[in-house]
Design a protein around this ligand. Structure first.
Ligand SMILES: *[C@@H]1O[C@H](CO)[C@@H](O)[C@H](O)[C@H]1NC(C)=O
Ligand SMILES: *[C@@H]1O[C@H](CO)[C@@H](O)[C@H](O)[C@H]1NC(C)=O
Ligand SMILES: *[C@@H]1O[C@H](CO)[C@@H](O)[C@H](O)[C@H]1NC(C)=O
Ligand SMILES: *[C@@H]1O[C@H](CO)[C@@H](O)[C@H](O)[C@H]1NC(C)=O
Length: 390
């Protein structure tokens, strides 16, 4: 990994000049578009002009777009039926039938879908609109998810981002790179695996060592510290996604013997507590860190709204995954096309842990502007990116 990084840096030195020219062209092209759009119709300009230079993504399978395709692990989604309703109708490593929330948000921000760190060439031009470092099975705790094989832990993801930043500095200079990072959006979605693959599995006797509340505090403090580390390398705009109601996921309905699809309260309570604490920590961080724009988006609230009002949203299958085996299709993971329903659009759950593209779209709308229900505190992403620098 390290050797590859050095080789890439050497390569980038050589290509530096070329990329400078390319960036210059890109900028002049962008300003042409701006002029054109302003004169034609100012209200539609936001859809064709990038609102931020780039989107960087860190987290777990909720936002992995292909990292794990390159790792020896069971936590992989690079086979059908994953991706069958994606733009390319091909599996990409996304844990859904179609898009994941960060895809919808990239479009809102006016930038292309962001490539996975391990899935691109390492050229700055591939990373200029952002990079996705997220890796399925990763958690806040380093060893979370290890029983499934390899993954890139959250701390390693931040190190990879630091490498990207170094490459940006080498090719465009420190000022330009720092400005790019400060103006870009960072989306962080992590923590659920610390319950699924750590706490609830009683790894290292964790149940005896920590009560849920203490475990929550450990997670929330670690995540806050990592956010501070990002801030220290000039990251300023951060979206932290809360934990989803994983107690309603088909796997837990099956595992805990849910009779009529009632969610497992004991598991949901942990997610609620984490979200409560994280939201408080982020309020505190936002006050502590000058110039920082950090928002917390409570995916739990948005998901419960979808579950409760599922008919309004067009979902009539709310407990059974589209793809899987066993009661609620929650017993065995989604392994082949034959295990999937015909049409996922009326399902909330795609596989035993992950929602469908349709749900991801609703959640992304809420993160963007609270379209269906207000999820983000103290403001939505759209307001955050339109805010004047403090
Ligand atoms: C701009 O476009 C929007 C939607 O396409 C339209 O509603 C609006 O009237 C247009 N405004 C102008 C000034 O043309
Ligand atoms: C967790 O594991 C320890 C032994 O490693 C055991 O004593 C404890 O009862 C377990 N807790 C639960 C809830 O199973
Ligand atoms: C859900 O709705 C579809 C049509 O949209 C229908 O074909 C299907 O039978 C319904 N399923 C249930 C479980 O109600
Ligand atoms: C799935 O069903 C929805 C609504 O019933 C429909 O609009 C859509 O075209 C269907 N998709 C596929 C792939 O059949």
């Amino acid at each position: 990994m390290k050797r590859m990084g050095l080789r890439l840096i050497a390569l980038n030195r050589i290509l530096g000049l070329l990329i400078h020219c390319w960036l210059f062209l890109l900028e002049s092209k962008a300003s042409l578009f701006t002029l054109k759009d302003d004169s034609e119709n100012s209200s539609s300009s936001s859809s064709s002009i990038a609102l931020v230079p780039a989107l960087f993504v860190m987290g777990d399978s909720s936002v992995d777009c292909g990292t794990n395709n390159y790792l020896p692990t069971f936590a992989r989604a690079n086979h059908l039926p994953y991706g069958r309703d994606f733009d390319t109708h091909q599996p990409t490593g996304r844990f859904s039938n179609g898009r994941i929330p960060v895809d919808f948000l990239a479009l809102r921000l006016g930038i292309p879908f962001v490539p996975s760190y391990l899935g691109q060439t390492g050229n700055v031009k591939d990373m200029i609109h952002g990079v996705n470092y997220a890796s399925a099975a990763a958690g806040i705790i380093l060893s979370t998810g290890s029983e499934l094989g390899q993954h890139i832990s959250f701390t390693q993801q931040i190190q990879q981002f630091t490498d990207t930043f170094q490459q940006f500095i080498l090719t465009m200079g420190e000022n330009a790179a720092t400005t790019l990072i400060a103006n870009s959006v960072f989306y962080i979605s992590i923590g659920i695996n610390d319950y699924i693959h750590y706490y609830l599995l009683n790894v290292s006797n964790v149940d005896n060592l920590y009560l849920p509340w203490t475990f929550n505090q450990l997670l929330a403090s670690s995540l806050s510290q990592e956010i501070k580390n990002l801030y220290n390398i000039n990251v300023r705009k951060i979206v932290v996604s809360g934990l989803a109601p994983i107690g309603c996921a088909p796997n837990y309905l099956w595992q805990y013997g849910s009779v009529n699809g009632e969610c497992v309260e004991q598991i949901n309570d942990m997610a609620i507590e984490f979200n409560f604490l994280m939201r408080y920590k982020i309020d505190k961080l936002a006050m502590e860190l000058p110039g920082a724009n950090i928002i917390f988006c409570d995916v739990f609230e948005g998901s419960m709204d979808i579950l409760k009002n599922h008919e309004l949203y067009g979902f009539n299958i709310t407990t059974e995954a589209c793809c899987g085996v066993g009661k609620y299709n929650g017993w065995i993971m989604c392994l082949s096309a034959e295990m999937a329903c015909n049409n996922a659009s009326n399902h909330i759950w795609w596989d035993q842990f992950h929602p469908t593209d349709a749900v991801n779209s609703i959640l992304a709308d809420n993160i963007w502007n609270g379209r269906h229900t207000k999820m983000c505190h103290p403001m939505n992403l759209e307001d955050m990116v339109n805010q004047k620098p403090k």
